[in-house]
Design a binder for this molecule. Structure first.
Ligand code: GLN
Length: 315
């Protein structure tokens, strides 16, 4: 597939469509540093399996990866301690609750329901603490998956979240009390905050999404970066839990395995076809990016990207 005019044109139209919704969203303020985000910024990147790259808008703009890191934390946890141990601590069922909810840790069972919500990612971060270099290992893995060696921490966001992250700390202490966490609660949440605070752009996340779409192999280098069984788990959880308590609606309307973050990113992966990432810091009440959601909605509709697209994929 050479450079595809349909993708180029549809992406440009999707940006225009999405812009008309941006005023309905608000930037996250519960992490004070995120409140500095500009709700009018909108950027996107699509990378196809044949290596063509399509950019739009503010795709160079960096933002913190936030909850999209939960997918990488899960990969690292599975690589570090294995399937049995990870899923003895965290489940695989959607919650229907907000991403930062504590309620199920008491009422359902003491284990977090899945690794894509905060409590679950704190539990998988705890598993990563068993690695010999949790911070260095996570950074190296993120850089490799995103294909950029210069990815760094956004120190200001990290400090800001460390100060403001009382709910996350509460979850960690609850789970430590129930022996789900095996390491010091403060150390685990610090790692979790740090993982959320890496600074990426839309192209970085599209590169990562492309690797997931291609069964863990970077199609350009042919190098296998993630094991098949892990890719399958991560993509399945992106389908069922990737957009918090909007995951069902997103699956039905858009049908792309995806993961969102409160920094404004959503990355999505279209099986054997492409990786996509969109960035816009204006969030809806559930914490998903308004602009990113709308760009993906448009692309899915006009390029036939829904995994159950009746008419098949148009590209
Ligand atoms: N770091 C954020 C938090 O823990 C991540 C949440 C998100 O992106 N939904 O609250």
């Amino acid at each position: 597939m050479a450079r595809n005019e349909l993708i180029e044109k549809t992406l440009a139209d999707a940006m225009e469509y999405a812009r008309t919704f941006l005023h309905t969203g608000k930037v996250a303020t519960y992490i004070p540093e995120l409140a500095k985000g500009d709700p009018d910024r909108l950027g996107a990147c699509i990378i196809t399996t044949d290596g063509e790259v399509y950019h739009a808008g503010d795709w160079r703009q960096e933002f913190t990866i936030q909850s999209i890191s939960k997918t990488i934390t899960l990969i690292m946890a599975l690589q570090t301690v294995g399937y049995e141990k990870v899923f003895s601590k965290v489940g695989v069922e959607p919650t229907g609750d907000a991403f930062n909810s504590l309620v199920r840790l008491e009422t359902k069972n003491t284990h977090p329901l899945n690794p894509m919500i905060n409590a679950g990612a704190i539990a998988t971060a705890d598993c990563c603490m068993d690695s010999k270099d949790p911070y260095g290992g996570f950074l190296a893995l993120t850089r490799k998956l995103c294909r950029r060696d210069t990815i760094q921490l956004d120190g200001a966001v990290f400090e800001s979240e460390k100060k403001a992250g009382m709910r996350n700390r509460s979850m960690a202490y609850l789970m430590r009390g129930d022996n789900i966490l095996e390491h010091d609660a403060e150390e685990v949440v610090d790692l979790y905050f740090w993982m959320c605070s890496l600074s990426v752009n839309a192209e970085d996340l599209a590169n990562y999404a492309l690797v997931l779409s291609n069964n863990g192999v970077d199609p350009r280098s042919g190098v296998k970066l993630v094991e098949d069984w892990i890719v399958r788990i991560v993509k399945t959880l992106m389908v069922t839990c990737g957009l918090y308590d909007a995951s069902g609606e997103f699956a039905m309307k858009i049908g792309i395995p995806a993961k969102s973050g409160v920094g404004g990113g959503i990355m999505g992966t279209v099986e054997r076809k492409m990786g996509l990432a969109v960035f816009n810091p204006a969030l809806d009440p559930k914490g998903n990016s308004v602009g990113a959601y709308r760009v993906l909605e448009y692309l899915s509709h006009y390029l036939g990207l829904h995994y159950f697209s009746g008419s098949g994929c148009a590209v």
